[in-house]
Design a protein around this ligand. Structure first.
Ligand code: UDP
Ligand code: MG
Length: 161
């Protein structure tokens, strides 16, 4: 059946991952891409851009009443970000685990935040926190024409096909 074959081949989930301005400044783009590639996820969209306050306000809409909101927007607009869409089995949850705790001081070694950051206000990376949020964020940052579906040559090494 189509549902189980899509589960087995791992094409059912996508998430938005973004290197924040501090991550770009600190030359961490390559390391982060490497981690997601070697885990087995598939890159289906990527671009570097200067985020506008409009897109950031939409992206962080749920946090608009938090005391750190205005400094968060200033930080996120302080330089270019690299936004990516990664695809694969359970990629939303797995990405959150790879990214680590929001508070860098609590993030475990081996996670992006735990390896490269010390403070919650400069925590290097973003990853969507649920499948629904991922869909909303991908739609916010990418036009459908910027997302590319492509076949993994080594699909059977990553999934039971
Ligand atoms: N943030 C902050 N101070 C806080 C909480 C959050 O500066 O006390 C920033 C931080 O950059 C974080 C972002 O706001 O990554 C979004 O917060 P959220 O709770 O969604 O954390 P995330 O999903 O990024 O782990
Ligand atoms: Mg969040």
């Amino acid at each position: 059946c189509a549902f189980y074959s899509s589960v087995l081949s791992g094409v059912q989930e996508r998430t938005l991952v973004a290197l924040k301005p501090d991550g770009v400044q600190r030359r961490l783009v390559g390391d982060v891409i490497k981690r997601f590639e070697q885990r087995g996820f598939k890159l289906v969209g990527m671009k570097l851009l200067q985020a506008s306050e409009v897109i950031l306000a939409e992206h962080y809409h749920d946090l608009r009443r938090k005391p750190f909101y205005s400094s968060l927007i200033r930080y996120m607009a302080s330089g270019p970000v690299v936004v990516m869409v990664w695809e694969g089995h359970n990629v939303v949850r797995s990405s959150r685990l790879m990214v680590g705790d929001t508070d860098s001081a609590q993030a475990k070694p081996g996670t992006v935040r735990g390896d490269f950051s010390v403070h919650i206000s400069r925590n290097v990376i973003h990853a969507s926190d649920s499948v629904e949020v991922a869909e909303r964020e991908i739609g916010l940052w990418f036009h459908v024409s910027e997302l590319v579906s492509w076949d993994n040559a080594d699909q059977s090494n990553l999934y039971q096909v």
